[in-house]
Design a protein around this ligand. Structure first.
Ligand SMILES: [Zn+2]
Length: 814
């Protein structure tokens, strides 16, 4: 230990000295000291001076290089701004952060980080309230503002420059108060790649029928719009950079996430969120969200901004969008009505359409000022966004002490002893691993692959894991050494709990006795089920094996456990529609991660329609997408001919021939309806046409029973204490009933009583016992239909073997 310290300390000191001296030098050479009477604005360039137009001008988007350039220029010109490049995006662009505060605060950032670290973990000072009050008195409100995760919501990236410019140049008392009492962490875009994907498409199509349309590709390379569903799985590099280098370094009390919604609803949404709230979110966080959102809406009403709704549309259930709710911070989502990318739109009053809890034509308690309809353009969007952000920062400054104290109280409650009825710990069994692996150990390999995802998720979320150094007894049962113990009494115990336990989503209806009310995202996130990792919940306190030192194991190299298959992989085509499908992106993500299991190439409509597929492929996969989109693609009226029109009849015929000649077609979730409608498989979807009132499953984990004699089931990890039961991620899914002997059921949905494992399910009896995976013979080939998503958002490791086996068995038919 001593030798490590003696090695590390000098290099750390050296870094500090170097950084300090280069900073001092820069100050001397590039930034002459201003006299205090000189306004800060004199030297600070406006966005227009750097990018050539004002953010919000019609039909003008900035490239990512221009936005980065603006922030670099701002840093050079202002002593209130520090610019950092945190790393590179998926496609290699700089991922950046601007830290904005008073010059005095910026000179003292390490101290403010230390205060945050301590308040976040009150064990560091034995939860001593007097000590906490000293830290609270000294600390600053840490406000993180994130823009542009959804790249067609173009106002966010643009307004980031306006927000930064005003903070850097304005000398009004209210801006000074913000700068003195807050440290603002501004992420100009959470998806820089998408900024340019959208700008390039928009500029290219200006003045054509495609002006204002979405680009014909995902605006995040792998995830598209789902990039904002990654805040616990941390699969993408942009999420990792934000969590590792902003959230976990600064522990912001307030996170403002700037988005846009559709054109025809309310003009601007702010919290309170509608029900339900995920129950592990601390009550103080929930109350803080309500307070902040309401205050912002109140300020906007004072500014005469019409169409602002609170307590509408958006719920607070999934941690996939809310890392901060489990890490001491509030999440303030704002959603501004969209235009047509950067082109104006016109929404007549009578075209305004109701959303959950609000009818934009009608004044109500949570919607005090109705917007009269009419033109709506980028300037309006940027204006509302900026007004919202400044209302938020004014609150953050004014209630600085309260925000810091609440932050401390959340941490203090998290580390206290657990009460009876609260879980004490979760245990994860670590399989014994020795020597090299071979394919006969497939199941163990997949369990390790699941652990290899789950453990780093917990440690990235700063959950402390104890690797038991000896065996121990809990609730009367003996557990072996190297069992992983996750105590609930720790700063981020709630994050671990929500990811490890099962979800019970409330039965919410549009009105009493009416249809189910759609959740904003999905309803389940139980990682042990998704990843095939058995966990045990322990309610009774037990004596920890000695020494009970928390050990973070996130640095272990789990990749060595990833499965190796090697040579002879089938030649696989992954269908990529120009009507971009997120499931296609996630498929690529999974295939790129498990490279040794699949060798694939993307195939487009043109290539499929040209036919002769069997010469090139053993297997073609059609990811989840509606059958109409697959068949008809992008609208021919708006998009250029080369990318519109979908597979069409030529594509359908080519696929049929491919199977007849010995190819394997694999369809996932909704795409299986394409096989039913267009490829003529002898299978019926029993859920087709069933109303949401009679069957509903909006993203839940269900139980399936697998025919383990099929090669498709080989090595798939089953649920604990079961030989043939696994899970299925069900979301817009199907349930199959074969109509001929050519269709073989490989997996069935379980009986209604035991079907739901986590989430929400209505009318389970409709799908109980029906096919979940069906294999259909077709000439010399076959079609394998999944009724569910076996590679759900890169998380459902438990069912990946079913997909990979389906692919691998296609080689045999060549
Ligand atoms: Zn959005």
């Amino acid at each position: 230990m001593r030798s490590i310290l003696s090695l590390k300390l000098p290099s750390l000191l050296l870094t500090i000295i170097l950084t300090a001296s280069s900073f001092a030098q820069k100050n001397e050479t590039q930034k002459p000291r201003r006299s205090s009477s000189r306004p800060a604005s004199a030297a600070v360039p406006s966005p227009r001076e750097v990018i050539g137009f004002t953010p919000g001008d019609d039909r003008k988007l900035a490239s990512w290089a221009q936005i980065v350039d603006y922030f670099k220029r701002l840093e050079r010109a202002s002593n209130r701004v520090k610019f950092q490049e945190l790393g590179k995006t998926t496609l290699g662009r700089p991922f950046v952060l601007a830290i904005i505060s008073s010059p005095a605060n910026l000179a003292n950032l390490e101290r403010f980080k230390e205060i945050q670290r301590k308040l976040a973990d009150p064990r560091t000072f034995n939860s001593n309230d007097a000590e906490a009050e000293k830290l609270i008195a000294e600390g600053k409100t840490i406000v993180m503002i994130t823009c542009g995760i959804h790249s067609t919501e173009v106002g966010g990236n643009l307004v980031s420059m306006n927000i930064a410019h005003r903070l850097a140049s304005d000398d009004s008392p209210e801006t000074r108060e913000i700068l003195e009492r807050c440290i603002v962490l501004l992420v100009p875009s959470l998806n820089p790649d998408g900024n340019d994907i959208v700008k390039n498409w928009y500029d290219k199509t200006l003045g054509t029928p495609a002006e204002g349309t979405n680009p014909p590709e995902l605006y995040h390379h792998y995830t598209g719009h789902d990039n904002n569903r990654d805040w616990y799985a941390f699969t993408q590099v942009e999420t990792q950079l934000t969590v590792d280098k902003v959230h976990n370094v600064w522990h912001p009390q307030i996170v403002h996430d700037i988005h846009q919604q559709g054109e025809t609803g309310s003009r601007f949404f702010l919290p309170p969120y509608v029900e339900p709230w995920e129950p592990n979110v601390p009550p103080i966080i929930q109350a803080g969200v309500n307070f902040m959102g309401s205050t912002m809406a109140w300020e906007l009403a004072g500014e005469g901004k019409a169409g602002v709704v609170i307590n509408g549309v958006y719920d607070a259930w999934t941690p996939a969008r809310a890392y901060q709710h489990y890490h001491g911070g509030i999440r303030i989502l704002s959603e501004t009505a969209s235009a047509r990318i950067a082109s104006p739109t016109n929404v007549p009053f009578e075209k305004l359409t109701p959303q959950v809890n609000v009818d934009p034509k009608v004044r109500s308690w949570n919607f005090p000022l109705v917007w009269p309809g009419g033109e709506w353009k980028l300037a309006n969007i940027v204006d509302y966004m900026q007004a919202g952000a400044f209302a938020l920062m004014r609150n953050a400054a004014r209630y600085r002490e309260r925000w810091l104290r609440d932050f401390y109280l959340v941490g203090k409650d998290a580390v206290r002893e657990r009460k009876p009825g609260e879980p004490f710990a979760f245990l994860i069994h670590m399989p014994t691993v020795s020597g090299a692996f071979d394919n006969s150990q497939n199941e163990l390999l997949w369990r390790l692959a699941g652990l290899g995802l789950l453990i780093p998720i917990l440690t990235r979320g700063k959950v402390e894991l104890i690797d038991a150094e000896s065996s121990f007894v809990a609730e009367g049962k003996q557990y072996p050494e190297h069992t992983i113990i996750i105590l609930m009494a720790q700063p981020y115990g709630a994050f671990a709990k929500t990811l490890l336990e099962r979800q019970h989503y409330p039965d919410l209806r549009e009105y009493p006795g009416g249809p189910p009310r759609r959740p904003y995202d999905v309803t389940a996130h139980t990682l042990p089920l998704l990843m095939g990792v058995p966990v045990v919940r322990i309610d009774e306190p037990f004596v920890l094996p000695k020494p009970p030192t928390p050990r973070i194991t996130g640095t272990e190299d789990f990749s060595r456990w990833e499965t190796k298959v090697g040579t002879g992989l089938p030649s696989t085509g992954l269908y990529k529609s120009h009507a971009a499908s997120m499931d296609e992106g996630w498929s690529r993500w999974v295939f790129d991660r498990y490279k040794s299991r699949v060798s694939y190439k993307s195939v487009t409509d043109t290539e499929i329609s040209a036919g002769n597929l069997r010469a090139k492929y053993d297997c073609i996969i059609i990811p989840a997408q509606t059958w109409q989109q697959i068949l008809n693609g992008l609208s021919k009226d708006r998009y250029p001919a080369a990318i519109s029109g979908g597979l069409g009849q030529a594509g359908v015929d080519a696929l049929k021939n491919f199977a007849e000649e010995g190819g394997t077609i694999i369809t996932l979730n909704e795409a299986s309806q394409f096989a039913i409608e267009q490829l003529g498989v002898p299978v019926r979807n029993v859920l087709e046409g069933v109303s949401a009132k009679d069957f509903y499953c909006p993203g839940s984990i269900l139980k399936i029973k697998v025919d383990t004699s099929s090669p498709i089931a080989r090595g798939a990890p089953m649920l604990e204490s079961s030989k043939d039961e696994s899970i299925a991620w069900v979301e817009g899914s199907l349930a199959f009933e074969p109509t001929s002997d050519d269709a073989r059921v490989i997996a069935r949905f379980a009986d209604a009583k035991e079907l739901l494992l986590s989430g929400w399910l209505l009318g389970g009896e409709k799908m109980a016992g029906k096919g979940a995976i069906v294999e259909v013979k077709r000439g010399k080939g076959r079609i394998i239909m999944f009724a569910f998503r076996p590679q759900y958002r890169g998380q459902s490791i438990a069912t990946l073997p079913l997909l990979f086996n389906a692919i691998q068995t296609s080689a045999a038919s060549r």
